[in-house]
Write a protein that binds this ligand. Structure first.
Ligand code: GPU
Length: 830
């Protein structure tokens, strides 16, 4: 650091962040003219975005620096959130709002000749995630910074995020998402690199004291380079860090010999192999496919992060016994489970601790959140694959397993089968490492993400572990969403209206304050404004639909929205089959009956994993039905069916505030929580849903009369499936008519939909579409009825918003901090 004598000079020249409009303009123009080498003669909206973003980035990094210093000096426990996905979306709007300078920026940009909305919409989404799991991580970062927790996120800097979806002739086409062309929000730290080893072999050796040490050597080295992304809290100077690792050929590895001797391709090949590790996000949601490159990604990221965390701890000079007093590591699902093994390896092989002491430090440090009970999503890695890639880690896993099984055998000597059931190693062909078991054994707490889900994990996948460890190791933390992005940023007019009634924006940091809105249920002006805002949001979405699909929809119609990843368990097929039923019903109606019907727009959006054929067929069916219905003159405005292309975070900000009703209709027991359900209700939309995930708690909070629940309960699903497989299956008669219409070719070549139809008709209807169909259709009729009474509908919406305080990710993070991490906030000094 700089010597005492020179520090005055530093302080005098230390950079101050802008606060006024003039200063903002100075900074923006300076960046446009120097950093970007543009001028007022060639400054387009993209250049204006870049200049404004760089101005805000400077501001963030000043606070980031102070925050990091403060956290270092404070010498208190930090939390590290390890997630393979961070679905951040756009950063500029969020930065402007969080530092409280959006109005300043709006005025400044206007001076310079730009509309702030046009500038903001230039930004490319940071889409380093698939869906709910990645977006949850992003909401958590916002809450941790806002609540002043000393917290870091650790992830991978994918060169390609989730693919961009195009709909071509009614089919999904995937286009690569190269998002790093211009990214002002990251700071490369070429000085922070970590060597990561793969493959090689393990040998034992005696050290000077005659102690046996294990050495892992040989193999391949790849460099991990840190890229830091500042995470500003809302209404606080705290600016936390998200550190993303990028892979690069290590200097030692790049083969100059080959390069010089003309084997150009060979040397470039090594480099490419290294860079491949962080090249692309796996586009699967709720599915694991066991590819070696994915395991490489996981270890690369875990090892780099652990090295970094350990290095930071070692600077404190504290003894290892203090490690878990200073460090909490949260695993976002099982993807980072290797961090547990890597930590044990560092402590035992490198730092020389004995096994038991090391293992108790590990267990005290880690905690694991489970996000699914669906078998196809539970991670398992083949033993031969792991043996080859990470030989020492496999040994450690076997040792952990052996000690664990010895304990189980001693404690439950009568239950021989228990050992087979709980073993980390599944005795299959090939053998498999069960990552969820390893994560559970290596952590002090395991949590589910909504009450029902947390109950389910205790009675299904972790049943034996509850017997072994007792119930206290397992807990619930119901998910939440950040009200900054999902209300204030996405729905500024509604946020402003709420603030005008509640006397300020305090509700954005204490969402339970929304409950005061119930006092205004008789305030006619307030209600009128509320309704006008919803209408304006629907007009905005209608415009987006017109611009992107060419279809005109009536903003006065009931907007019925289902946007999320396309998955059989989420049951978009139930939705579209219901839409066909509605279409057939309308076709058969008399003009008088039609007059009584509320016009509807059925809106779908979401990506299918590229290899998931059934999901792609669902997309095609929606588009095909849309083709027919939208061009049926006889139907007019009564029904429109829309597929919104390339659903992502920035589109969600337009879509969410525009719903009248949204669909959260997973087969009961399959959706761990869901978080878009929370977003839609917080924006004054009602929901139709099953008794699944967080829908249940939403119902408890907002009241049964404010939600449209339908369908079978989780506790009955198993029996129903069992009945289906033993021939007790009656296709719902209305659903049968829908299938007849599809088979007749009314929506195009029926052959394209036969696998989808047969999964329900002939192959057991695993997701209970037929069992729930009648209840679903009937409940939609209730929706139609309820929508006719606009006054009562509006009251339901306002009441629901008033009662959504519980679902803030701030509440959620506070629960993690107190019950699991044991960390304290560190607020900045005034
Ligand atoms: N989730 Br596992 C994902 O988005 N991707 C996954 O691979 C897995 C879970 C979701 C759950 O499906 C959703 O119910 C939950 O709200 C979300 O994680 C966050 O917990």
């Amino acid at each position: 650091s700089i010597p005492e004598g020179q520090r005055e000079a530093w302080k005098k020249h230390s950079v101050q962040g802008f606060t006024t409009k003039d200063q903002f303009e100075d900074e923006t123009v300076r960046h446009i003219e120097t950093t970007l080498a543009r001028s007022l003669f060639n400054c387009d909206e993209l250049a204006a975005y870049s200049g404004a973003a760089l101005a805000f980035r400077d501001r963030l990094i000043i606070e980031w620096n102070k925050t990091q210093q403060r956290q270092t000096f404070a010498d208190q426990k930090r939390v590290y959130y390890l997630s393979l996905e961070f679905l951040m979306g756009r950063a500029l709007d969020n930065a402007m709002l969080n530092v409280g300078l959006k109005d300043v920026a709006r005025a400044g940009l206007k001076d310079l000749g730009f509309r702030i909305e046009d500038v903001i919409s230039q930004e490319h989404d940071a889409a380093l995630g698939n869906g709910g799991l990645g977006r949850l991580a992003a909401c958590f970062l916002d809450s941790m910074a806002t609540l002043n927790y000393p917290a870091w996120g650790y992830g991978l800097r994918y060169r390609y995020g989730i693919f961009k979806q195009e709909i071509v002739d009614g089919y999904q086409v995937e286009v690569p998402d190269y998002w790093l062309d211009f990214n002002p929000w990251e700071f490369p730290r070429h000085d922070i690199t970590v060597d990561i080893q793969f493959y090689g072999y393990v040998r034992k050796e005696k050290d000077e004291d005659g102690k046996t040490v294990t050495i892992w050597e040989g193999g391949e080295i790849v460099d991990a380079v840190a890229y830091d992304v500042p995470i500003p809290g809302y209404g606080t100077a705290t600016t936390n860090n998200l550190r993303l690792w990028s892979s690069k050929a290590s200097k030692g590895e790049f083969d100059f010999q080959k390069f010089n001797s003309g084997e150009y391709e060979g040397s470039v090949g090594d480099q490419q192999r290294a860079e491949t590790i962080s090249a692309v996000l796996y586009p699967n949601d709720n599915l694991e496919r066991g590819k070696e490159l994915r395991l490489k990604q996981q270890y690369f990221w875990c090892a780099a992060s652990l090295f970094d965390i350990v290095r930071r701890f070692k600077k404190t000079k504290k003894p290892w016994s203090k490690f878990s007093d200073m460090v909490a590591i949260q695993l976002n699902d099982t993807h980072p489970t290797l961090a547990i093994v890597e930590m044990q390896r560092i402590l035992v092989d490198i730092e020389g601790l004995d096994w038991a002491e090391a293992w108790s430090i590990v267990q005290g440090t880690f905690s694991y959140a489970n996000h699914t009970v669906m078998p196809e999503a539970l991670e398992k890695w083949s033993v031969p694959l792991m043996q080859n890639l990470l030989p020492r880690h496999l040994q450690i896993i076997y040792e952990v397993n052996s000690q664990f099984l010895q304990y189980v055998e001693k404690t439950f000597p009568k239950d021989r089968d228990m050992l087979r059931r709980v073993s980390i190693i599944e005795e299959s062909q090939p053998k498999m490492v069960r990552m969820a078991y390893l994560a559970t054994i290596g952590s002090h707490k395991v949590n589910g993400v909504a009450e029902l889900h947390s109950d389910l994990i205790k009675t299904t996948i972790f049943k034996d572990f509850v017997t072994i460890y007792g119930p206290d190791k397992f807990t619930n933390v119901t998910n939440g969403i950040t009200p900054r992005r999902w209300l204030h940023q996405a729905n500024p007019k509604l946020s402003e209206l709420i603030a005008s009634k509640l006397g300020g924006y305090d509700f954005l940091t204490d969402l339970t304050k929304l409950n005061k809105l119930e006092h205004f249920l008789d305030d006619a002006d307030f209600k009128k404004e509320w309704q006008e805002i919803k209408y304006a949001n629907k007009v905005r979405l209608a415009q987006h639909i017109k611009d992107t699909t060419g279809v005109s929809v009536n903003p006065k119609a009931l907007f019925d929205i289902q946007v999320k990843r396309i998955h059989e368990y989420k049951r978009q097929q139930l939705n579209i089959l219901g839409v066909i039923h509605r279409y057939l019903t309308i076709k058969a109606m008399s003009p008088e009956e039609r007059k009584k019907l509320a016009p509807r727009v059925s809106i779908f959006g979401g990506k299918a994993a590229p290899g998931y054929w059934m999901a792609k067929t669902v997309i095609h069916l929606v588009c095909s039905v849309g083709e027919v219905v939208n061009n049926d003159k006889d139907i007019g405005d009564l029904l429109k069916v829309i597929y919104i292309e390339d659903y992502n975070v920035s589109k969600a900000e337009i879509i969410t505030p525009a719903s009248d009703i949204s669909e959260h209709i997973s087969t009961a027991g399959t959706e761990a929580s869901g978080t878009s359900n929370m977003k839609f209700v917080l924006n004054g939309g009602l929901i139709i849903g099953t008794c699944d995930g967080a829908n249940i708690e939403i119902t408890r909070e907002i009241g049964e009369s404010n939600i449209f629940l339908f369908g079978n309960l989780a506790e009955d699903v198993e029996d129903l499936r069992h009945a289906h497989t033993y021939g007790d299956f009656q296709l719902d008669p209305d659903l049968n008519k829908v299938f007849e219409a599809i088979k007749s070719g009314r929506f195009g070549d029926a052959g394209r939909f036969s696998a989808l139809c047969n999964s329900i008709i002939e192959h057991g209807d695993y997701y209970l579409v037929s069992d729930d169909f009648n209840s679903y259709v009937k409940t939609h009729e209730l929706v139609d009825e309820a929508y006719k009474d606009q006054e009562a509908w509006l009251e339901k919406c306002i009441t629901s918003v008033a009662r959504m305080g519980f679902f803030s990710s701030d509440r959620c993070i506070q629960e993690y901090a107190e019950m699991i991490w044991n960390v304290e906030p560190l607020p900045p000094k005034e």
